[in-house]
Structures are given as structure tokens and as C-alpha cells.
Design a protein around this ligand. Structure first.
Ligand code: NDP
Length: 288
């Protein structure tokens, strides 16, 4: 039926995993990719290969896009007739790019959903995986079943930018933490330790982060920065210690120096006796 037809445009690792999940679920799957050859395995499993993007879009009411970024959609779809199609662009990009893409699609008679995928390709179709979705509620409701097959959808509202906003917020947490891991491993190695040596302690620290976020959120939202147990002067001293441990180990200090500078600025601004959450205000002021 029309409800179990889907087109997947973009067959990188992510798009291939998505098309495979639809095949597993018994959907009629049409696939298309800019360069040839990436659909071979999917076609062998029953996916339909088509000659051009117009045929791919025409094949199914729901067109899932998984491209390098949201903007790659423009060149990919070109002047293809999109009337009445639902585009679910699950490529990562900036919130404003998603909003512009939604306007572009709607001007061409299509409906548009934005998605931010929270898992690697191996997580597609797996229990516990999630994907942020935003866009018109009615369009989401109509295609929710198909999108939930990829990963449990977490609807973030009508603003097409919101799925990407939530995605990017998670990515801020992810990349800073992952870079922190690389920084720690570099310092460990400079001191004759391996990544495996420090893994148990890294795992413990990662596990404690939830507790820090949880303890902080309500206080930050209430603008309560009293910091009875963690004063900014103590935090700034600790951050100086990580900077100098790296420096003494002969490891690059670019990232840690930026860190230390921020904490110093907080102390200089007179927040030394308060919580390090005062830094949020300093960071926000920076953007203003
Ligand atoms: P890829 O970079 O492998 O996706 C490549 C796809 O984008 C291919 O179809 C490629 O076509 C197409 N493409 C690349 N550049 C252009 C361009 N300039 N114009 C048109 N099409 C282009 O990425 P993934 O499959 O890994 O990921 C797809 C999306 O999913 C990304 O937005 C990514 O951020 C997101 N994502 C990926 C995760 C992952 O772990 N892989 C995790 C979470 C999200 P061609 O084959 O012709 O080059």
C-alpha cells in the first residue's frame, strides 16, 4: 500500500542502514544515490533501483533523505516535481539550514520534516535508538509509523529547526566530551599509560556526568549560583592543574588553555565565591 512505500535518497552508511531497515519491515523500498554502485546490496535484497531522482521521488509518498548535510538536498532534488510528497530530511545540519530547507520544499508543494539521528548506522532499527523530529504535527502523525521503524521518534515541535537544534545541543556535549577523552589519552600516553589503562576511570567519570547535569539543571534554571560545595575559585584552580599537567607532559594545550581562560575570566568577573555555573552567563554574553 501507499503507507508501506518509501524512497531513500542518499546511500551512505546511514542511508543504507535505513533502506535495509525498511526492507526488513517489508516495505516497498526505492533507493537512489548520486554516484552509482552503492545500491547493489539493497537491490539484491529487493529494493527498487530507478534511473533518476524524478523516478525515485515519484515512487513513494514518503521520501527519506540521508545526505552529507541538509543543503545537499538542493543539488540532489534540483527541479524535480515534489508536489504532494513528504520529504523527511534526516541529514544533520544547522537549525537555520533546516528552516530554509523546509521553506524551499513547501514552496514546491511538498511537506517537510527535519530529523536528527542520535545513533550510528548500526543503531538504526534497534531498540533504544532515537531520532529527533520536527515539522508540522499532522505530517509527523501521518508518517510516524514509518519513521519509528528507523529509531524511536522524539517529536520536538513544529519549528523545522528544532530537531537540528536538539541534535546540535547533544553534539556539543558529545564532541567536547570525546575531545576530552582524546586529550586525556594524549596526556596518559606522554606518561607511558595506554587508553586501556585509563578506561575504567574514564568510564566512571562519564557515568558521574548525569549526576552533575541533574544537580545543576534546576539550580541553573532558577538562576541560583550559590555554589556552596563547588566554588568557582576551586574549579579554576583545578582547571589550571589540568592545563599544567598537559603542558608538563609536552602535550598540546590549546583546548585546555581556552578552558582555563574561561574559568579565570569568571574569577576576574567577581564570581569566585559562587558556582562555576556563573560561566553560563559569561558564555551567553560572549554571543550577544
Ligand atoms: P555520508 O557522508 O556517507 O553520506 C553521503 C551521502 O551524501 C551520499 O549519498 C553522498 O552521495 C551524498 N552527498 C555527499 N555530498 C553531496 C553533495 N555535495 N551533493 C549531493 N549529495 C552529496 O554520510 P552518512 O551516510 O554517514 O550520514 C548521512 C547523514 O546522517 C549525515 O548528515 C550525518 O551527519 C548523519 N548521521 C550520521 C551518523 C553516522 O554515524 N554515520 C550518525 C548520526 C547522523 P555520493 O555517494 O554520490 O557521494
Amino acid at each position: 500500500t501507499e503507507n508501506t512505500k518509501v524512497t531513500v535518497v542518499g546511500l551512505g552508511p546511514m542511508g543504507r542502514a535505513m533502506a535495509a531497515a525498511y526492507l526488513d519491515a517489508g516495505y516497498e523500498v526505492t533507493v537512489w544515490n548520486r554516484s552509482a554502485g552503492k545500491d547493489a546490496e539493497l537491490v539484491a535484497r529487493g529494493a527498487r533501483s530507478v534511473a533518476d531522482i524524478a523516478a525515485a521521488v515519484a515512487a513513494s509518498p514518503l521520501v527519506v533523505l540521508s545526505l552529507i548535510d541538509v543543503e545537499a538536498m538542493y543539488g540532489t532534488l534540483g527541479d524535480t516535481d515534489l508536489t504532494g510528497r513528504v520529504l523527511a530530511n534526516l541529514s544533520s545540519d544547522l537549525p537555520d539550514k533546516a528552516r530554509a530547507a523546509a521553506r524551499w520544499a513547501e514552496e514546491r508543494g511538498a511537506s517537510y520534516l527535519t530529523g536528527g539521528v542520535n545513533v550510528p548506522p548500526t543503531g538504526i532499527g534497534q531498540e533504544g535508538s532515537s531520532i529527533f523530529i520536527s515539522g508540522p504535527r499532522a505530517v509527523y502523525d501521518e508518517h510516524r509509523t514509518a519513521l519509528d521503524l528507523l529509531a524511536a521518534t522524539d517529536y520536538r515541535g513544529a519549528d523545522p529547526g528544532y530537531a537540528q537544534l536538539y541534535y546540535q545541543l547533544n553534539m556539543i556535549l558529545f564532541w567536547t566530551a570525546y575531545t576530552g577523552w582524546y586529550q586525556a589519552v594524549a596526556v596518559a600516553r606522554a606518561n607511558g599509560l595506554t587508553a586501556s589503562d585509563i578506561l575504567p576511570y574514564a568510564g566512571y567519570t562519564a557515568d558521574t556526568m548525569r549526576g552533575f547535569y541533574t544537580g545543576s539543571a534546576a539550580l541553573v534554571d532558577a538562576d541560583d549560583h550559590r555554589g556552596e560545595e563547588e566554588r568557582l575559585t576551586m574549579c579554576a584552580a583545578s582547571v589550571e592543574h589540568i592545563l599544567h599537567t598537559a603542558a608538563d607532559s609536552g602535550v598540546d594545550t590549546t583546548i585546555l588553555a581556552a578552558h582555563a581562560e574561561l574559568y579565570r575570566r569568571g574569577v576576574d568577573a567577581g564570581f569566585g565565591a559562587e558556582s562555576s555555573s556563573r560561566l553560563i552567563g559569561l558564555l551567553a554574553a560572549e554571543a550577544a
